[in-house]
Design a protein around this ligand. Structure first.
Ligand code: FAD
Length: 454
């Protein structure tokens, strides 16, 4: 008899997967993944994410096969595909780990009620956040809008539960017909892009766990002192792993704290976990403000007089040819590796928003397409943070000066030279804007926001 269907979404792992563990305990499992970019409100994933997804699904399918189960792939609207698969397999239940975006939650809620009406057991689990957004609230029961009290309240909830081990074997149900992953054509047509991503990453749970282990026993000790220096390998690079759920925040939490037993490491672990806290905070904001990617969190920014994007300037920014070395280095790192160092994300976003007066949504869309870690919470929340329109955001008038940032965080110029081999030659372009004049224009434009309530 067929047991439960395990619907994988942003949790492409076998270890510490609450829904999977429940499914395995409940009978012969049907593991499925649905590529849904057609449901209303679905935010179709960008090019770099598609590359990641292709390889991560391959890895997940191999891990499942090793333990006795077959991953079934389907493309289409989840509200149609899941009931169809239930019909084909005669599954007794449908289990999944929760998602937090508005459209995703609508789908899940509708499915839950329609499948339950059909007499199926449907259960969702907590696996992607240390605390569910509705459980961390201010004293008067409202969502936090400021990070520090949010993180303090999260920490006050006590140590997160320990991670669950991966099931050693899985009783796999007879698998229904599956799409062929290659037919989804997720890989980029531009070979140079795929080459850069391949050089930089090995998607999948096994590589993710090794990366976590290497980091907590290695570069974590550099974290607090050097996390802002893009030339130094001092951060975890776990963001795509967390975005796709190849590791869980519980695994990250306990690995970091376990490694922090020597007192000297404790401060590094705390600084690192604080960033995991920002991830939690951004998901919390997304949960309470589902239009995060399209609307200003602070409505006073609706009055901002953005300039219509100039094709030439926008392309120079996208291609790392603005003539401002730190900005160009960051944008080239992004194109080549699918990620960019956090400080560089702040510098390049500030340059687009403030020196080129371009609406943050245009930059968000480029990052969405080119980041392997782009997610519905962290990408828009951080863009709004830089713009000044977000929750607990940097004030608009704090305009990063890329030259000063370079002096401070890339003193020897190593990062800039790494990504711009032609630096210092005639081939490198002149700056496309005057930093000082454009800064003053940005401050003038901000007056419109101040007038409408700041
Ligand atoms: P570490 O310093 O090792 O941090 C550990 C983990 O904490 C990260 O993997 C990530 O999950 C989380 N984290 C770290 N910094 C932040 C932050 N500022 N906000 C939220 N979570 C954080 N991060 C994404 O995961 N996806 C995005 O789409 C994304 N877009 C961004 C856009 C802009 C404009 C900016 C300024 C930042 C963005 N970030 C995004 C946040 C941050 O830059 C990356 O998470 C970080 O650079 C990833 O590197 P790491 O894994 O080595 O980080």
């Amino acid at each position: 008899m067929t047991g439960p269907m395990m619907w994988f979404r942003q949790d492409l792992r076998l270890a510490d997967n609450a829904a999977l563990i429940a499914a395995v305990a409940d009978g012969a499992v049907v593991p499925v993944y649905i590529l849904d970019d057609i449901s209303p409100g679905a935010h179709a994933i960008g090019g770099a994410q598609r590359w990641w997804l292709h390889h991560s699904l391959q890895a997940l399918a191999a891990e499942l096969a090793d333990r006795g189960a077959t991953l079934t792939l389907r493309r289409g609207a989840a509200l149609r595909e899941i009931p169809k698969l239930v019909g084909e397999t005669d599954a007794s239940a449908v289990l999944w780990n929760r998602r937090y975006g508005g459209a995703a939650r609508d789908i899940d809620t509708q499915l839950k009620s329609s499948l339950r009406d059909e007499g199926l057991h449907v259960q969702s689990y907590q696996a992607g956040l240390l605390n569910e957004p509705w459980t961390v609230q201010t004293a008067d029961g409202r969502p936090f809008r400021v990070f520090t009290p949010f993180w303090k309240a999260s920490l006050a909830k006590g140590e997160p539960r320990h991670p669950f081990p991966a099931p050693a074997t899985i009783d796999g149900a007879e698998a229904p017909a599956s799409d062929d992953l290659d037919d989804w054509a997720l890989l980029p047509i531009r070979a140079d892009w795929a080459d850069g991503l391949r050089e930089s990453w090995e998607p999948g749970e096994k590589a993710a766990l090794k990366q976590l282990d290497d980091f907590v026993h290695g570069n974590l000790e550099l974290y607090q002192a050097h996390r802002d220096e893009p030339a130094i390998d001092a951060t975890s690079r776990l963001s795509p792993r967390l975005r796709w759920g190849e590791v869980s925040p519980y695994q990250v939490w306990h690995a970091a704290n376990h490694a922090s037993v020597p007192p000297a490491q404790a401060k590094n672990a705390a600084a690192f976990l604080r960033e995991i806290g920002w991830r939690e905070f951004n998901y919390n904001i997304l949960f309470h403000f589902p239009d995060l990617a399209t609307k200003n969190f602070r409505p006073s920014f609706d009055a901002f007089p953005w300039e219509p994007p100039q094709k030439r300037e926008l392309e120079a920014w996208q291609q790392g040819k603005t003539g401002i070395p730190l900005v160009d280095a960051g944008m080239r790192e992004l194109w080549h590796t699918g990620v960019m160092h956090n400080r560089m994300r702040m510098v390049t976003a500030s340059f687009l928003i403030k020196n080129l007066l371009t609406d943050w949504r245009i930059g968000e869309a480029w990052f969405w397409d080119t980041l392997v870690d782009a997610d519905d919470a962290n990408n828009p929340a951080n863009w709004q943070w830089v713009a000044g329109s977000g929750a607990d955001a940097a004030p608009y008038f704090r305009i990063f000066n890329p030259r000063l940032q370079a002096e401070k965080f890339d003193k020897a110029g190593e990062y800039q030279r790494r990504w711009i081999p032609e630096l210092g030659t005639d081939e490198y372009p002149e700056p496309i804007v005057d930093l000082k004049a454009s800064r003053n224009e940005a401050l003038d434009a901000y007056e419109a926001v101040k007038r409408s309530g700041g």
